[in-house]
Design a protein around this ligand. Structure first.
Ligand SMILES: *Cc1c(COP(=O)(O)O)cnc(C)c1O
Length: 232
């Protein structure tokens, strides 16, 4: 068993939830949603999180998503948060309600097509590479309007907003800058295209407080709930 199991997990979750509520309220918004990132964690650990009240879990590998979902309660809302290869779109749509990581027109159109044939209506976010780091997935901000325009024309997708990841090792100032830039980009394209984009998925274990102050509506938190991962 993982050393972080036991009562600790529910205490950590309660504390996080209280913090999310408080920081969201400071902004005058409804409480941001907590996505518990369960990648690399065994089903038993996810069940502990579930028993402690979590209902939204995030996975970043299709294989893991496929193997875990059948073992867990059906009222869990699954979020796919990792890089998605086009040929895995069908599995993503079957097993996840949300896909946070749409980063190309080809992927968008593939998701739309398989969602139609699976009779699903996935909620998607466009992943944006705000910082311009070469290693990061996501489109550049300048490509955002065109991709959102294309998304608007997809019948089997609900486009909900934008997602980003902060650069590794970013300073406090860079973190604020990154998250604020995603919010401004959202505000700008939303008014340009007259398109509602209510969701901003940003913030992880080390930077969620900053993301919340900058307007995150969904935070993706793994290690601050489940403890350190062995890998992944
Ligand atoms: C792993 C992961 C997270 C969570 O990371 P932690 O630092 O453990 O909170 C969030 N988002 C994505 C896309 C991830 O891959």
């Amino acid at each position: 068993m993982n050393s972080t199991s036991g009562n600790n997990i529910s205490e950590r979750i309660d504390k996080l939830k209280a913090e999310l509520a408080e920081l969201s309220e400071e902004r005058g918004d409804s409480t941001a949603r907590l996505i518990a990132v369960s990648k690399t964690q065994p089903v038993s650990m996810i069940r502990e999180g579930y028993n402690a009240g979590l209902r939204r879990f995030g996975e970043n590998k299709i294989q893991e998503l496929i193997s875990k979902t059948p073992c867990l309660p059906t009222d869990i809302e699954w979020h796919f948060i990792g890089h998605l290869q086009r040929n895995k779109s069908r599995e993503a749509v079957r097993h996840a309600t949300w896909i946070h990581s749409v980063d190309s027109l080809a992927l968008l159109q593939r998701i739309d097509r398989v969602a139609g044939s699976e009779k699903r209506l996935p909620k998607i976010l466009i992943q944006v590479n705000i910082s311009g780091e070469k290693s990061k997935n996501g489109i550049i901000p300048a490509d955002c309007p065109a991709l959102l325009e294309a998304a608007r024309n997809c019948e089997n997708i609900r486009t909900m907003g934008l997602m980003t990841m902060a650069p590794l090792g970013a300073t406090l100032e860079e973190l604020h800058h990154t998250f604020a830039a995603l919010r401004r980009l959202r505000d700008q394209v939303s008014s340009e295209l007259n398109l509602a984009l209510p969701e901003l998925s940003m913030g992880m274990s080390n930077d969620y407080q900053i993301a919340l102050r900058e307007g995150a509506t969904m935070v993706r938190i793994g290690s601050a709930i489940f403890g350190k991962r062995q890998s992944g």
